[in-house]
Design a protein around this ligand. Sequence first.
Ligand SMILES: [Zn+2]
Length: 79
Amino acid sequence: MAEINFKSTEDFYLEVASLRGVDTPCKECAGLGVKTYGSTATWRGGIGGQSLTSGVCDKCWGSGDEHRKWPSHRLLVKG
Ligand SMILES: [Zn+2]
């Protein structure tokens, strides 16, 4: 097995992003498609109830790619 050795956290994220087929890693989530929100709010501003909330990235909507966004959940919400 090849030894996995990343020079930096950024290298690690770039590697993970490339494994996901991401060409241009999203700046918000570093290509992971998810990010941790450091507040009690959920992505729509509701009450989350936890100090850290993990959720789909609100910039790329989970694709991890800045230029190939997945559809926003907000498009599905009527109101
Ligand atoms: Zn993102």
